[in-house]
Structures are given as structure tokens and as C-alpha cells.
Write a protein that binds this ligand. Structure first.
Ligand code: AHR
Length: 514
């Protein structure tokens, strides 16, 4: 099936599900999130003491409910670019004594009203795991060690006793640590060359392991595959840190540029390639070092982000204006954005053998699936739906994608499949799931699923995100304009499931052993 012809008959795709052929197990950390002290993410987002829904600690319970519904595993904190100027000590101890600081990354004022202890408490409410980033921008190994000791050491030392005195008898026991953030980016405070960063990351990782050798450490990869140093950065950084770390990070954001919707819809082709390239580079270093160890990927920032708009806005910052919690990066997502978003999740799943941790950037208000108004409601953006359903249904292992699809031509990525898909299978529960996108802008596509190798199954659910208006969005005025609808076209005939995918759509199908 290779025709690029969408005009004569309904386009087609065929996917075979066979549990004998697997990519690898699904790590729950693939469904992670990211909370940065940025804009209205923390203040006026997760935390708003005067709000009618605020709990005794000032956290919005309506937001907590939505984050739980989203199904987020590990949450990366507190940045992002923010962390490269952050003094963690400012964020602990009595609130009234915490200093207000300039946040140079986002040209804001950080009040430190919410810090490590408050965030750890919020994480317990949303049932997620803490992943911390240390500042390797304006600070170094000593401060990273202090934060680790403060957070994880049981007691009996100055820093651990300080944590206890600040109200946390039990250590936070943080397992995953990021060694800085986007250190390849010239915008980053303390930006370094790959060589310089590799050395400090190696030194810091070794020192942290002297406190706890079982930590899981993430070294910074490139801020995007478009960085001029991409590829070489990964090679040099891993050359210095290969035996010291467990993961290398990937960051990628996508947006529709110049009205080229066809290429935008194929963004996951770029993500696939990005992951494959980083894996190849890591494995090259492994070969050179004759190492027995494999480095995996922490895809700890991914999303649709209209970054060009933000860059225009950043030019307006004035020297005297350092607001608290300004409205920054509040992208409002369309149906098309959510379809691309869903396909990025498919890409992550397809690489589950090497991408074993990922963080959706971000969670609330800031390029986020959840929006809030001060004193007002919280609602789900279009991107909320593919995340929540994938997190709910994708269990067990990822099946090797055996997909045959019609294709179409894009300016950015050449000829790409019209349909992208991945299937997961949980042998113990007897459940499988299939996630699909139709990238066609004008034609519905029929997909057949060969489920013979699963034995007798029943279709338990089929939901689609699509709209006649692919630019439709959920807003304060119309918070439920877009949602999932049941896909009534699904049929099961013997061992073939057939489903029709509307143009520009994302679909999830649940199957159960009979
Ligand atoms: O997620 C927004 C920003 O994007 C992060 O702070 C930074 O790491 C990346 O450039």
C-alpha cells in the first residue's frame, strides 16, 4: 500500500497486532509531566490560596482532580530554564522568611512561597513521583550535593536535620535527578560547551553517587534536534559521562509554521528520527568505550508549543518590570494540535525500549493540558484527552508496529504515512489497545486491524478526537467545545477490526480477551 492518491477511493491502512513481537515493556515513567516555576504554572495554577477550591495548603483541589484524571506518573521540577538560576535554599524554611528573587529565565519575580516541601506535598495529592533538576548553570557540584543530602538523607547531619526541622521527618527519597537543564542553549544561564558541561556533569554525578549509588541520573542532551551542535553535543557529553549516568535527555517542541499543516501533522516523523539518532549516538559511545551498559532516553520536555509567538513576546520585557506569575506561554490548543500531540505519544511508545522516561512540558497554564482562571474555573485543553486516554490504556508491552499505510507528501519530511499507529498488550490483564492518527486533511481513512494472533477478543472502547473545524479549541467561554466522542464505525468480523478515522483525528481502541 504505497499510493499517495487520496482522491479516488477512501485511503487505507492495515495494522497487525502480534504479541510475539514486542518493542519492550511500557515504563509508567513514560507518562510523566513537568512543573516549572514559570508564568502562572505554580502561582495561580496549582496554588491559589484565596480560591474557593483551595485546600488547607492553598492548592486548588479542582486542579488536583484534573491532574489525577490526566494520569501523570513522574513530575520533573522546578525547571526548565528557571532551575539554572535557582537557589534551592530560598525555597525551604518558614515562608515569611523566604526571599523574593529575580527569575532571569522568565523575567519575573519568584516569591518562593511554594518550594520543595510544598511541592512534595502536592505530589502526594496528585499521586506522582518527584524528579528533581539541580542547578548546573549558576551553581555546581557542592550545591547539588547539598540538595541531595537535604532531600534524601535520613537524619543526623546539619542539612537532613534542617529538613526535619522544616517539617519533613521522612526523606523525600528522590530517585531521578537531572544534571542541569538545556546546557547547550545560549539562552541558558551558565551555558557551556559540550566539553565543559560533560566534565562538570561527570564530576557532579560521581559525587552524587558517593551519597547514593542507586540514583537515576539524567545528563542533558540537546535542547532540540535543530541545535547546531546536535549530535556532536550528545557524543562529547556522553564521552565524559557514559559510566556516570543512566539517561540522556531529549527535548522537542512542534508548531505549525507558515501555514504548512501537512508537515505539522507529520511532526512525529521528526520525533522518531530524533530518538533514533540519539540512540545511535549513545550506542556509538557505548561501542567506543566497550561498555556493557546501555544509556536510555529521558524525553523530559515534549509538546506542541508556539515558540515563535513567545520569542516575539520576550522582546517586550522592560528593565523595570519583573511581575509575579505573569501570563506566559499560555498556548490555547486546537484539535489539530491535539492530533499532533497524540501522534507524539505514539512515537514515544514506539520507542519504549529506549525511551523509558518522558515528561510532558508542561502541566498547568504554561503550554499545558489544564488551564485555570484566578478565582475561576479549571478546564481541559484539547491535548488533555490523548494524554489521559493513552496513560489509561497503554499497559504491558508495546507491540512491534507492523503498519502498512497510504502515504502523502510533505515539504518538511518528504513522503510520510497517512496513518500512524501503535498497539500495546497486557498479557496478564488480557487487554490490548491501539492508538491511531489520521493525518489526511480531507479524507476519512479506513484502517483494518489483524488481531488473529491475540485469539478471540472483543472491542471494549473506541474514542476519537476530531472536529469539522480542526482549529476548534476549549476556552474559558467554551471549556467543553472539544472532547472525545465514541467512534461508532468500529466493527469486528472474525479476527479483523475495521475502523474509520475522520480527517485530522486521533483515536484509541480498547480490546479485551474473550
Ligand atoms: O518548557 C519551557 C522551556 O522550554 C523550558 O524552561 C526549557 O527547558 C525549554 O527551553
Amino acid at each position: 500500500m504505497t499510493s499517495t492518491n487520496e482522491s479516488t477511493s477512501m485511503p487505507k491502512a492495515h495494522l497487525t497486532l502480534d504479541p510475539h513481537f514486542t518493542v519492550g515493556p511500557i515504563n509508567r515513567r513514560l507518562f510523566g509531566g513537568f512543573v516549572e516555576h514559570l508564568g502562572r504554572h505554580v502561582y495561580d495554577g496549582i496554588y491559589e490560596p484565596g480560591h474557593p477550591e483551595a485546600d488547607e495548603e492553598g492548592f486548588r483541589s479542582d486542579v488536583i482532580e484534573l491532574v489525577r484524571e490526566l494520569g501523570v506518573s513522574t513530575i520533573r521540577y522546578p525547571g526548565g530554564n528557571f532551575v539554572s538560576g535557582f537557589k534551592w535554599e530560598d525555597s525551604v524554611g518558614p515562608k515569611e522568611q523566604r526571599p523574593r528573587r529575580l527569575d532571569l529565565a522568565w523575567h519575573s519575580t519568584e516569591t518562593n512561597e511554594v518550594g520543595l516541601h510544598e511541592f512534595a506535598s502536592w505530589l502526594r495529592k496528585v499521586d506522582s513521583e518527584l524528579m528533581l533538576a539541580v542547578n548546573l548553570g549558576t551553581r555546581g557540584t557542592a550545591e547539588a550535593l547539598d540538595l541531595l543530602e537535604y532531600s534524601n538523607h535520613r537524619g543526623g547531619t546539619a542539612l537532613s536535620q534542617q529538613r526535619i526541622a522544616n517539617g519533613a521527618e521522612e526523606p523525600f527519597n528522590v530517585r531521578m535527578w537531572c544534571l542541569g537543564n538545556e546546557m547547550d542553549g545560549p539562552w541558558q544561564l551558565g551555558h557551556r560547551s559540550a566539553d565543559d558541561y560533560g566534565k562538570i556533569a561527570s564530576q557532579t554525578a560521581k559525587a552524587m553517587r558517593q551519597i547514593d549509588r542507586d540514583l537515576e541520573l539524567v545528563v542533558c542532551g540537546s535542547s532540540s534536534a535543530q541545535m547546531p551542535t546536535f549530535g556532536e553535543w550528545e557524543r562529547v557529553v556522553l564521552h565524559h559521562t557514559y559510566e556516570d549516568v543512566d539517561y540522556i535527555s531529549c527535548h522537542a517542541y512542534y508548531e505549525e509554521r507558515g501555514g504548512d499543516m501537512a508537515s505539522f501533522l507529520a511532526s512525529s516523523v521528526n520525533m522518531d528520527h530524533f530518538i533514533d539518532t540519539v540512540v545511535a549516538t549513545a550506542d556509538h559511545v557505548k561501542a567506543v568505550k566497550r561498555s556493557a551498559k546501555t544509556i536510555n532516553i529521558s524525553f523530559d520536555e515534549w509538546n506542541v508549543w508556539y515558540i515563535d509567538r513567545w520569542q516575539e513576546r520576550a522582546k517586550e520585557f522592560s528593565r523595570d518590570d519583573w511581575p509575579v506569575a505573569p501570563r506566559l506561554l499560555e498556548d490555547v490548543y486546537s484539535v489539530a494540535d491535539a492530533v499532533v500531540f497524540g501522534s507524539l505519544m505514539i512515537s514515544l511508545l514506539k520507542h519504549a525500549d529506549r525511551v523509558t522516561s518522558a515528561s510532558l512540558a508542561q502541566l498547568v497554564n504554561v503550554i499545558a493540558p489544564i488551564m485555570t482562571e484566578p478565582g475561576g474555573p479549571a478546564w481541559r485543553q484539547t491535548t488533555f484527552f490523548p494524554f489521559a486516554l493513552t496513560s489509561q490504556l497503554a499497559r504491558g508491552t508495546v507491540l512491534t508496529p507492523r503498519l502498512d499505510s497510504d502515504t502523502y507528501e510533505t515539504k518538511e519530511y518528504g513522503v510520510v504515512p497517512l496513518v500512524d499507529a501503535v498497539a500495546t498488550h497486557d498479557e496478564e490483564a488480557g487487554e490490548s489497545a491501539v492508538f491511531l492518527v489520521n493525518r489526511s486533511q480531507d479524507a476519512a481513512t479506513t484502517v483494518t486491524l489483524d488481531v488473529a494472533a491475540l485469539g478471540a477478543v472483543a472491542v471494549t472502547s473506541a474514542h476519537t478526537l476530531s472536529d469539522d473545524d480542526i482549529h476548534a479549541k476549549n476556552t474559558l467561554e467554551e471549556p467543553e467545545r472539544v472532547g472525545l466522542v465514541e467512534n461508532g464505525t468500529v466493527t469486528l468480523d472474525g479476527s479483523t477490526v475495521t475502523v474509520t478515522l475522520p480527517p485530522v483525528s486521533w483515536t484509541a481502541i480498547g480490546l479485551e480477551r474473550r
